[in-house]
Design a binder for this molecule. Sequence first.
Ligand code: ACM
Length: 273
Amino acid sequence: MRAAIFQFSPVFGDAATNVARIEHAVRSAEAELWVLPELATTGYLFSDRAECGSLAEPVSGPSLHALADLCRERRTRLVVGFAERDGDMLFNSSAYVGPDGLVAVYRKVHLFDRELLTFDPGPDPFRVAALGPHHLGMMICFDWVFPEAARSLALLGADVIAHPSNLVLPYCQDAMVTRALENGVFCLTANRVGVERRAGVELAFTGCSRIVDPRGRVLAQAPAADDATLLADLDLDLARDKSLTPRNDRLGDRRPECYVGRRPGNARPGGPM
Ligand code: ACM
């Protein structure tokens, strides 16, 4: 399967322009799956929750409608980050859209920094959706810090993790090599570039979008500061082989009975072993 990432710098608050840029990119190359950055239709740095609410759209809104039309026209699929309004709730979401319309929506579980002032945390467990005979899972940007996110998607059978991002810290791109390797999945981190200066805050986004294979090999990488389209041919069956040695299986060898799911309430470092 040919996959693509479009890395760009969305114009804050101008969904029509941002959707037009995505349409142009998707019409400029052939791919069966596109991954776009987090909040690709609105930009990132909302001054407050009211502003976020005024720019957020429901899943039935004009941006996803236009992108669904694009997928139908191009017979392709895309994963795109957008600000979602659902009644009084605001989510930092990503939509998986295919030629027949909306397939799935993921609402970001782990909100980063100022996102906590403008969005509600996604309430739903991680899920996967069909990608032909394979499976696609979504996580968004800061979710990378929580290995449980990618691991949950892998345990659910994800072969590909689509990872729309607006990264400002320098760690994620390298960390995704480990997420891909430890789970035996393809990871497509679609980051943005550019700088946003709003509400007395300045954020510079780090680009370097990456496509990583289940052995941790970087198949394609974008530059740090420029718009870019990345393309890679993915043999999705590689994600079905979780072996690392003839005796080791990355998912099968897990020992959940030895793991801790929650931090114990009164754990003391250095306590009895
Ligand atoms: C992030 O989660 N946008 C850093």
